[in-house]
Design a protein around this ligand. Structure first.
Ligand code: PLP
Length: 400
């Protein structure tokens, strides 16, 4: 009998982490590899946030804290929700976890039972389906094709909802496509949810601050306050504040659910790092002027990547509203042969041969549930992006 539980057979390791690790290994072996797989800012954590962490250590804030967040951090989060999203959450309606990932995981674990369905628009962040499967639930994917801007249409949401639906997951700006819903687009979706009172909404707003071209971010409870009693609004400091390694994520939601998330956390990890929590207080309450400066750089990189990829024969790249990803179609190269004689039958073949022949690491679209596409993270230096795109163009030009 295997030592491994049967629940493990339902899931797989994160494909994006696998690509990042492979690129890292090849680099360590001396290969000239440009990694465009990782979903993390290349910018450093701002200095005032680091200083706050150092000060917390010096004050001796190095002990266990309240399991689901310090009162100071919950207060800072409550203020953030009010200031930026117009939502009033009390501190007992807020939970803090070790990254948004843990908050999402705990929320599924606390609520999903065998037979429950979770509606997940595809393409999706790689972890949602596996978290649902691990909790014993069934992901119900809804395809959001490029023609609709990779966005969920209200009629498709309506059709996906069944009596078994427990959650609908919305992620805007989206990983992997960068697509973001305007307030009007969001309202059309929340109107559907208003008609289905048994369905809960999980909104993943991790990329809230990363939007371009004057786009205004909106979240569901803001556009439809009546959904407040059955929505979990998830956010975190990883992306906007360049704090991926600090591992702080949070959510606002109904007290009963927030309490349940805390119970799971109390029996698994206990509190997130006390030092990281102090840093997150500084992030949420401190100077935000670095955000527009960094966004201007991201926007420039997005435009560079989109323009260059659209010059690669067989590729087609949209120009998304936010996050730091593009999700180009590689349909035009499927069936073609590489200079080394390998036929590209899938996006996985494309990604593997691109890495083999040109040393550029991207993530194949099948990992995100909509193919044939691939994901590029442009959170890397402009010079490296330019070189990577030049290599991608060369790879595509050589295909027979
Ligand atoms: N949600 C989305 C859409 C993400 O892309 C990520 C990270 O890649 C997360 C949640 C989790 O972020 P973290 O656990 O670093 O807060």
């Amino acid at each position: 009998m295997s030592i491994l539980s049967s629940s493990l057979a339902r899931i797989k390791p994160s494909p994006t982490i696998a690509v990042t690790n492979l690129a890292r290994e090849l680099k360590a072996q001396g290969r000239d590899v440009i990694g465009l797989g990782a979903g993390e800012p290349d910018f450093d954590t701002p200095e005032h946030i680091k200083e706050a962490a150092i000060a917390a250590i010096r004050r001796g804030e190095t002990k266990y804290t309240a399991v689901d967040g310090t009162p100071e951090l919950k207060q800072a989060i409550a203020l953030k929700f009010k200031r930026e999203n117009g939502i009033e959450y009390r501190t007992d309606e807020i939970t803090v976890g070790t990254g948004g990932k843990q908050v999402l995981y705990n929320a599924f674990m606390a609520t999903v039972e065998p037979g429950d369905e979770v509606v997940i628009p595809a393409p999706y962040w790689v972890s949602y389906p596996d978290m649902v499967l691990l909790a014993g639930g069934t992901p119900r994917f809804v395809s959001c094709p490029e023609q609709t801007g990779f966005k969920l249409r209200p009629e498709d949401l309506e059709e996906a909802i069944s009596p078994k639906t427990k959650w609908v997951v919305l992620n805007s700006p989206n990983n992997p496509t960068g697509a973001a819903y305007s307030a009007e687009e969001l309202k059309a979706l929340t109107d559907v949810l208003v008609r289905h009172p048994h369905v809960w909404l999980m909104t993943d707003d991790m990329y809230e601050h990363l939007v371009y071209d004057g786009f205004t971010f909106a979240t569901a409870v803001q556009v439809e306050p009546s959904l407040r009693s059955r929505t979990l609004t998830v956010n975190g400091v990883s992306k906007a504040y360049a704090m991926t390694g600090w591992r702080i994520g949070y959510a606002g939601g109904p007290k009963e659910l927030i309490k349940a998330i805390g119970v799971i956390q109390s029996q698994s990890t206990s509190n997130p790092s006390s030092i990281s929590q102090a840093a997150a207080v500084a992030a949420l309450t401190g100077d935000l002027s670095f955000l527009p400066e960094r966004n201007a750089v991201y926007k420039e990189r997005r435009d560079l990547v989109v323009d260059m990829l659209n010059r690669a024969p067989g590729l087609r790249c949209h120009r998304p509203e936010g996050a730091f990803y593009v999700y180009p179609s590689c349909a035009g190269v499927i069936g073609r042969r590489t200079a080394k004689g390998v036929t590209l039958a899938t996006s996985e073949d494309f990604a593997r041969e691109l890495l083999n022949e040109e040393g550029v690491a991207v993530v194949h679209g099948s990992a995100f549930g909509l193919d044939p596409y691939f994901r590029i993270s442009y959170a890397t230096s402009t010079a490296l992006l330019e070189e990577a795109c030049a290599r991608i163009i060369r790879f595509c030009e050589r295909l027979a």
